[in-house]
Design a protein around this ligand. Structure first.
Ligand SMILES: Nc1nc2c(ncn2[C@@H]2O[C@H](COP(=O)(O)OP(=O)(O)OP(=O)(O)O)[C@@H](O)[C@H]2O)c(=O)[nH]1
Ligand SMILES: [Mg+2]
Length: 216
């Protein structure tokens, strides 16, 4: 295949993905369902935050979480311990979820059985930024253990996010603090909501739920 042809096939894949993602978004909206996409590096704390959220929300709402990982059902099993219904997608070598993978899972359930949906994307700050999964909001989790330049180095991910969580704020990292990452997020996207969180102490979790417009 020529280089030109390869580029056009890739473009077509993005277009088809975006069309399906819009369809998912519209269907969720029409059914009055909420759907959030949680992205972030490997080990940033996506699952730990979803465990906290599931624990609080599942007392009042039916929560469905779609977990994306290369292998294992560890994350889906962890979140299921906190009252949510979960399903794990194993991507094999794939570094992101996409609208088709989400649609495949949604087509196996009755959407009306649930109120709030989350996708936990595959851990990295690169590929998921380019693939719309049909969520109404994109949340990116970044932890203070990832270093002081992590936000600056991944502008595409942070430009595409609606909410950034600066996680592991319970830890003390010599030389810099969470406010550096908060500032960098705001520099990349001034209207992005940035919250400091800890999945250990629970800091910021109720504020996040309120930011999503969900009443506890
Ligand atoms: N101290 C501290 N540890 C945390 C926090 N959030 C997560 N962790 C720990 O960080 C490690 C990774 O957390 P996960 O929730 O599995 O991270 P993840 O982003 O889901 O990782 P992948 O799904 O593998 O990409 C675990 O050992 C968590 O207990 C936090 O706020 N503070
Ligand atoms: Mg995880």
């Amino acid at each position: 295949m020529t280089q030109e042809k390869k580029v056009s096939v890739k473009k077509k894949a993005y277009v088809l993905n975006d069309e399906l993602a819009d369809k998912i978004r519209q269907e969720m909206k029409a059914k009055n369902k909420r759907f959030f996409n949680v992205m972030g590096s490997i080990g940033a704390g996506k699952t730990a935050i979803l465990e906290q959220i599931a624990e609080k929300l599942s007392k009042k709402y039916k929560v469905f979480v779609i977990n994306g990982d290369v292998a294992t059902t560890i994350d889906a099993d962890r979140i299921a311990e906190h009252g949510a219904k979960t399903v794990q997608i194993n991507t094999g070598g794939g570094c992101h979820l996409n609208a088709q993978l989400i649609q495949n899972e949604l087509s196996k359930i009755n959407i009306d059985d649930y109120d709030i949906f989350f996708a936990e994307n595959v851990g990295n700050l690169i590929c998921p930024a380019n693939w719309d999964v049909g969520a109404e909001l994109n949340i990116v989790v970044v932890s203070i253990t990832e270093g002081q330049y992590v936000v600056k180095k991944h502008p595409i991910m942070f430009k595409g996010a609606d909410i950034a969580l600066i996680n592991k704020c319970d830890l003390n990292i010599p030389g810099f603090d969470a406010d550096t990452l908060v500032k960098d997020c705001s520099m990349i996207k001034s209207d992005m909501k940035v919250l400091k969180t800890s999945a250990v102490t629970g800091e910021g979790i109720e504020e996040l739920i309120a930011t999503l417009g969900i009443e506890l």
